[in-house]
Design a protein around this ligand. Structure first.
Ligand SMILES: Cc1cc2nc3c(=O)[nH]c(=O)nc-3n(C[C@H](O)[C@H](O)[C@H](O)COP(=O)(O)O)c2cc1C
Length: 204
């Protein structure tokens, strides 16, 4: 089993999503001896935002001058796509930021979501080109967004599930620690709930 493990919290100490994503990877490795893990720290080393030149080239423009800077950007994009394509299991540490995801994780998604490489349009609709993978989203938020009243404000988990589905990654599990900033819940209880969800999910 090849695991691609991503973290996107900029906080390296005390990060809930880092703890949760590490827990998921540890459980997967203990159940799959010999699992290989590729780790990308998008929180510490965020991918660059896509430049106009890179986007033009990816869409087959012939007239772009490939400077060393552009080549480095393209290499980074192809490396991210290669790592994603090669994995069987994707584990993403994803905090909620302003109802959505941190921009460093969005920058990685913009790198890997490429028409003709990871999905394509057909007359019948969009087809994902990297099927057969399983994803685990290590989600954390300060408040609660899983009730009917708060669900409409959640642009984090539904967005991640939707964009992974676009590429063909339909088997997506949300491992959630929420309410970490609520007095009545807090970090440890939220993480324990995340752990329970993970164990339930892995027992099926
Ligand atoms: C910039 C920023 C924006 C945030 N936006 C939200 C939000 O919209 N809703 C929420 O419930 N929590 C929000 N939070 C709280 C985080 O989701 C929460 O602390 C989470 O555990 C962060 O993940 P981490 O501990 O792995 O860094 C925000 C935190 C930061 C730093």
């Amino acid at each position: 089993m090849k695991i691609l493990h991503l973290d996107s919290s900029p906080f390296t100490d005390g990060s809930v999503t880092r703890e949760l994503s590490a827990m998921i990877v540890a459980e997967l490795c203990s159940r799959n001896p010999g699992a290989q893990v590729t780790y990308r720290d998008l929180g510490v080393t965020p991918p660059p935002h896509l430049s106009a030149a890179a986007m033009s080239l990816l869409h087959n423009a012939q007239d772009e001058v490939i400077t060393p800077q552009l080549q480095a950007e393209l290499d980074g994009i192809y490396q991210s796509i290669e790592e994603l394509t090669a994995c069987d299991v994707l584990v993403i540490g994803a905090p909620m930021y302003n109802h959505s995801i941190p921009s460093n994780l969005k920058a990685w998604l913009d790198q890997v979501c490429q028409k003709g490489l990871t999905f394509r349009y057909t007359p019948q609709g969009v087809i994902g080109l990297i099927p057969g993978k399983t994803a685990f989203i290590a989600s954390s938020r300060g408040g609660i967004y899983s009730t009917p009243e708060t669900l409409p404000h959640d642009f984090q988990e539904p967005y991640l599930a939707s964009i992974l589905d676009l590429m063909g990654v339909a088997d997506c599990h949300i491992i959630r620690a929420e309410g970490v900033n609520r007095k009545t819940i807090g970090r440890e209880k939220a993480l324990a709930e995340g752990r329970d969800t993970l164990l339930q999910c892995l027992s099926h």
